[in-house]
Design a protein. Structure first.
Length: 168
């Protein structure tokens, strides 16, 4: 179980574009020569129940589809677990050389130790700073995984302050 302040999460909320926050932080870090690896979610351009249709690898730019064309019969969720797992498998080899790992979100599948769970585990095992987002419905699972994680407000100042603390 992680216990250091090098893990941070932005609490997703209606009035915040958390992926834009992550993207801005990634751009600033990369411009400063910091080795960032991870995935960012890209919103669907059409009407959909799920907001993200793709995860984009920060290093390669490769897009991984995470949305099924048709949801399973017992749900309205279009989330494609295999797409998440593919994106995660792609990241695992990048983590050892990273200065920081950014993962689009800790969500439903990660709360059940699926999806991008191996990426979270690998980043922790490698003692890499980790930044993600977490929706309110997954706070309990996130807290069980990372009880000492720092909660950020979702603005660039709080992200920059956390980064200074991690590298201080």
């Amino acid at each position: 179980m992680p216990h250091s302040n090098n893990i941070a999460a932005i609490a997703n909320r209606e009035d915040l574009d958390a992926q834009a926050c992550l993207s801005d932080a990634v751009a600033a870090w990369r411009a400063a020569g910091i080795k960032v690896v991870g995935v960012l979610a890209e919103n669907n351009r059409g009407e959909s129940v799920c907001s993200a249709g793709f995860l984009r690898d920060i290093v390669s730019g490769k897009a991984f589809s995470i949305q099924l064309e048709t949801p399973p019969a017992d749900t309205i969720c279009h989330l494609d677990a295999a797409g998440l797992e593919d994106a995660g498998a792609n990241l695992l080899g990048q983590i050892p050389a990273a200065d920081i790992v950014v993962v689009s979100k800790f969500g439903k599948l990660e709360a059940m130790e699926g999806g991008l769970w191996p990426v979270f585990q690998a980043a922790i095992a490698a003692r890499k700073p980790l930044l993600t987002t977490v929706s309110a419905k997954h706070h309990e699972a996130w807290h069980a995984f990372a009880p000492a994680a720092t909660w950020l407000t979702g603005d660039q100042a709080s992200i920059a302050q956390w980064w200074r603390t991690v590298n201080g």
